[in-house]
Write a protein that binds this ligand. Structure first.
Ligand code: TXA
Ligand code: MG
Length: 300
């Protein structure tokens, strides 16, 4: 089942069923050692899926859930190797999306779900994106794409490792490092070299076919006019003649919400390149947007 969440659409499977989870890997084309995120309806069930929960991690769950915050914790005996890629930790979150929560509540268990795109590609933020990316790999007899409308966050959740004395941010998202510090009451630590594997942190990821180049607002003006170049930037950055404006958000929240659709639009228009001017700021959504653009730009 493709499941809407507030961040991006997920490709959901009963976490207790290794065969269904295996199908998720097959449909995504994802290497089997890349772990999935567990989605649950209620943070009070946390101890069913994880153990040795640090006090700061409990506070993060209390403040951040439901919401775009994923915690990595030691897994309980209920979580199988097929979800974690054999690691002894598991990623878990409560999504902030009424339809997802209703489905999770009705189901009762944990749902393992990666983003519902093919491995390495841009995450889907609408049901149409899901059908476009993986529709051909779904079985119309048993798979459904639940349409919950466009995702209102638009970039994947913040992933926080809670396996040491201090939280470590593995993937930036809407929940900022400042919020993690405030909510958890512990300063955030830098990622260690032996940090857990996160496919979304592979250097090249979240890539459209078009080549993405990160530029400043001033640099955009110097380029132009080939007709095969797109621009992603806040509304206050002007579009030089001959460049295709893909999106012109007024705020970083709107930027995040429209980013992946804009990169998809670039491919639909068969643009060769996309200039991207990240929004100012270095935490929360601004940091997440810069992170995804940098990974999209690292391709090839
Ligand atoms: O917003 C989101 O997080 C979306 C929605 C659907 O919930 N999900 C998502 O899933 O982005 P996915 O599979 O595309 O990315 C999950 C990330 C991967 O980078 C994976 O490596 C990391 O979570 N991850 C999962 N389990 C982990 C673990 N035990 N330790 C470290 N990273 C883990
Ligand atoms: Mg993904």
């Amino acid at each position: 089942m493709a499941l809407p969440t507030e961040t991006v659409y997920g490709l959901a499977a009963d976490a207790a069923d290794p065969r269904t989870v295996a199908r998720v890997y097959a449909v995504k084309g994802r290497p089997a050692d890349h772990p999935l995120i567990l989605h649950i309806a209620d943070g009070h069930d946390l101890d069913r899926w994880v153990r040795d929960v640090a006090e700061y991690a409990r506070r993060l769950a209390e403040h951040g859930w439901p919401g775009p915050l994923t915690l990595v914790l030691p897994r309980s005996a209920e979580v199988g190797d097929w979800v974690t890629g054999g690691q002894d930790t598991v990623a878990i979150r409560v999504p902030d999306h009424a339809l997802a929560l209703a489905i999770l509540r009705g189901f009762g268990g944990a749902v393992a779900a990666p983003s519902a795109n093919r491995f390495g590609c841009v995450s889907p933020t609408s049901a149409d994106h899901v059908r476009h990316d993986i529709g051909q790999y779904l079985d119309p007899q048993r798979d459904v794409v639940v349409d919950g409308g466009p995702c209102w966050v638009g970039v994947e959740s913040t992933i926080v490792a809670c396996t040491g004395p201090a939280p470590v941010i593995l993937r930036p998202g809407r929940v900022s490092a400042a919020e993690v510090e405030r909510w958890g009451g512990v300063p955030v630590a830098a990622a260690a070299a032996n940090a857990p594997r996160v496919s979304g942190t592979l250097q090249s990821h979240y890539s459209p076919r078009a080549g993405v180049e990160i530029v400043s607002g001033e640099e955009v003006g110097a380029h132009g006019d080939s007709g095969t170049v797109g621009l992603v930037a806040l509304a206050d950055v002007e579009t030089p003649p001959g460049i295709v404006r893909l999106v012109a958000p007024d705020t970083e929240a709107e930027y995040a919400r429209g980013l992946y659709a804009a990169l998809r639009e670039a491919d639909a228009l068969q643009l060769e390149r996309v200039f991207a001017v990240p929004p100012p700021g270095d935490d929360g959504l601004a940091r997440a947007i810069r992170d995804r653009l940098t990974r999209a730009a690292a391709r090839r």
